[in-house]
Design a protein around this ligand. Sequence first.
Ligand code: NAP
Length: 258
Amino acid sequence: MVKPLDYEMRDGYRIPALGLGTWMLKGARCTAIVKRAIELGYKHIDTADMYGNHEEIGEAIKGVDRASIFLVSKVRPNNLQYHSVIRDCNRNLRELGTDYFDLYLIHWPNKTVPIQETLRAFNELVDEGKIKSIGVSNFTIHHLNDALRAEYHPISNNQVRFHPYDHDPSLLKYCHKQRIVVTAYSPLGKARILSHTTIQKMAKKYKHTSAQICLRWGLQKGVVVIPKTQSKARLIENMDIFNWEISQEDMKRLDSLT
Ligand SMILES: NC(=O)c1ccc[n+]([C@@H]2O[C@H](COP(=O)([O-])OP(=O)(O)OC[C@H]3O[C@@H](n4cnc5c(N)ncnc54)[C@H](OP(=O)(O)O)[C@@H]3O)[C@@H](O)[C@H]2O)c1
């Protein structure tokens, strides 16, 4: 199997298949972990306005060649009005000390703001070079249908909860067909699924850890994985997912856990 180091998105840009999730990472620990991740070779950092850690991440990427990292953030669901998106994106860029996002997402859908209004702001931000790719998060097929109808610059990414115990095959199929790359959030099920018997048996069989089984399963499903860790040792562990493979039979077994 070809190692999926990155995927091409609907707009032609590429997204690294492994990223570092940063939800709950704050303060000096956040800066240190992001710095270490970049030193180790992580190319993709996932944050959000809601996580309140832009400044810490900005500190970590100071002096790093901006083109060598793929930076993702998300606008809050309560701020999807045209002027709020423009204001928040500019503020988020200032907080991070950068002049563009590789990918900027609508964090959650909000039915009180028409998607056309939100996308108008996103399109303008693309035209101004402040974001390269537009994405969404927690969108169902129904939300995506509406968004694609209003699309001008392509909607390239949908970030959703995705791990062996919780994934939606019809949403994945829809996204693949539209070349919308899916990013798996909580790819380790917030560590709650790692002690489950099937996953542990599989880890033993493949001589890898339960976390690596979950992440490798995600890669073989064709999604981006963004595990969060505050541990430097686990940063390394979570990178060892590219040079080995889960058999088709075991993939089906993991698929059926949902
Ligand atoms: N778009 C959205 O609405 C949304 C929602 C949730 C999350 N996210 C994004 O997705 C990222 C990941 O999701 P998540 O933080 O919910 O959960 P996760 O990545 O599935 O799990 C994180 C948990 O797993 C532990 N862990 C990490 N690596 C491990 C390993 N190798 N072995 C054992 N335990 C390990 C971490 O503990 P330690 O830190 O102690 O290692 C932490 O408790 C978030 O950080 C965020 O960036 C997005």
